[in-house]
Design a protein around this ligand. Structure first.
Ligand code: GLU
Length: 484
């Protein structure tokens, strides 16, 4: 049975890198009818942020990535607990075991001593590594220093090669000489990440370790721990490509939003975000880009994950958001945009009809809410550039003509409206556009929006006629307020 895990450290909110790792794990589990496990790696107390675990869980859920086992669930499996800090007894027992079997040793070197060692190596142009000074301490010597500050180091083979079999990158070879006897237990006898993760993956019977590329160089250390413990159930490794900014630098805050909740606040559709994350490193055999998580779960494979960096592009993400905006059921979009609506919508045209008309031009829910606003509130100010361009000395009079023409309509639908503008443009000897642009600006305060006839139809005759009149009066009285 496939068992995969997403193992975030609770040091902040859910960012795109973590979200993509979680997604790929989730899809792999679904594809193989396996289990997707959430394990919170709270080993490094100093970097932890309170509340972070809850934030991360909320982020995962908002993307539709529900886990099968995790710290928030009743733990009746034989695999828990799912917070690394709660597994300490086991980590300590195995550290004891390694000490007893002489696969690891106590190291009493002080941080000052280690700094001196490092400096000496650097002076000789050698890479910093632990000298092995405490490796040969006798049991009596160790016992005599029992009360002193110490760490536990693993004995690492000093020759040969270590091969990481990675499904995405093939075999990656590491020369064992680049590793030193690294620390597995800190002075307080708690495990470091590389030690805890190996034990937890083994105990939780993790079959596939799917994680970010930055962990590739940790993998040999985890293999050394396994070897020392005599374990041969090496999981299949898959190291996902880095997510890069368009300029190929490492993605960071300065490239804009990177946290799932920031995207949510920007009104990016989260189904689209999940879909976009899928494309950051993976592709369908037929090049299809738009697919839901459920669809992706049918065909996801690690073999199709690229090994070169995946370029993140906010514009592309917005494009995905737009695709979902225009293709999800109207009722769904109407529900999603509701929290972004900052005005009353209980009077005026049908809410869903307005959503339906406006969504064609919206990339985010924030934009959609903004574009819907004029349906419920007459403009108080008018786009300054539009006014400069479309409002002339003749406009007030033209608006009166438009109002007269529309007042006489027996049917108020887009067809009838279009014909009315055709008649009027002929009667006045002006192009239709010369009537359309000022009408839009008068009725909505804006220069862009849904098709004019559709929006007039939806707004209704009484409202349209009243807005035309108000705008004409504002122009005449010089009370027209513009806004950049
Ligand atoms: N806690 C590690 C991280 O957040 C997990 C690494 C792993 O998946 O092994 O990067």
């Amino acid at each position: 049975m496939v068992r995969v895990r997403y193992a975030p450290s609770p040091t902040g909110t859910l960012h795109i890198g973590g979200a993509r790792t979680a997604l790929f794990n989730y899809l792999y589990a679904r594809r193989h009818n396996g289990r997707f496990i959430l394990r919170v790696e709270d080993t490094d107390e100093t970097r932890q942020i309170p509340g972070s675990e809850a934030l991360m869980m909320a982020g995962l859920k908002s993307l539709g990535l529900e886990w099968d086992e995790g710290p928030d669930m009743e733990d009746n499996s034989r695999y828990g607990p799912y917070r690394v800090s709660e597994r300490l007894v086991r980590h300590r027992a195995l550290a004891d075991q390694l000490l007893a079997s002489h696969r690891a040793y106590r190291c009493f070197c002080s941080p000052e001593q280690l700094a001196i060692d490092r400096k000496a190596l650097r002076a000789k142009n050698l890479a910093p590594r632990y000298s092995g000074r405490c490796r040969s301490l006798t049991e009596d010597e160790v016992r005599a220093r029992a009360g002193e500050r110490s760490v536990v180091r693993l004995i690492v083979p000093q020759e040969g090669m270590c091969t990481v079999h990675d499904v995405i990158r093939g075999d990656v070879e590491f020369d064992n000489r680049v590793f030193d006897d690294f620390v597995i237990m800190k002075p307080d006898y708690t495990p470091v990440y590389n030690f805890a993760v190996t034990i937890d993956d083994h105990d939780m019977e993790i079959t596939h370790v799917i994680r970010g590329e930055e962990h590739l160089s940790n993998t040999p250390k985890q293999l050394f721990v396994m070897a020392a413990l005599g374990w041969d159930d090496v999981p299949t490794f898959a190291h996902l490509p880095m997510i890069l900014a368009p300029d190929k630098s490492k993605i960071s805050k300065r490239h804009g939003a990177t946290a799932v909740e920031e995207y949510r606040d920007q009104g990016i559709l989260l189904a689209a975000l999940a879909n976009y994350l899928l494309m950051l490193g993976w592709s369908t055999p037929d090049g299809r880009e738009i697919l839901t998580i459920d669809e992706a779960a049918q065909e996801f494979s690690l073999e199709r994950v690229q090994h070169t960096g995946a370029i993140y592009d906010q514009k592309k993400l917005e494009w995905f958001s737009h695709q979902y905006m225009t293709h999800l059921p109207i009722a769904e979009i109407a529900r999603l945009v509701r929290p972004f609506i900052y005005y009353r919508v209980d009077e005026g045209p049908s809410y869903e009809a307005v959503v339906s008309l406006c969504r064609e031009r919206a990339y985010t829910l924030v934009q959609l809410a903004d574009q819907m606003a004029f349906f419920y509130h007459p403009p108080e100010h008018y786009d300054a550039k539009g006014v400069a361009k479309y409002f002339t000395a003749l406009t007030a009079q033209r608006l009166d003509c438009v109002r007269n023409e529309l007042q006489g309509l027996s049917h108020w639908d887009r067809e009838a409206l279009m014909q009315a503008y055709d008649r009027l443009s002929e009667a006045l000897g002006v192009k239709r556009a010369e009537l359309i642009h000022p009408t839009r600006l008068s009725v909505t305060g804006r220069t862009v929006g849904p098709g004019l006839f559709e929006l007039l139809e939806l707004l209704g005759s009484a409202e349209v006629l009243s807005r035309l009149q108000t705008t004409a009066e504002r122009i005449r009285s010089g009370n027209l307020v513009t806004q950049d």
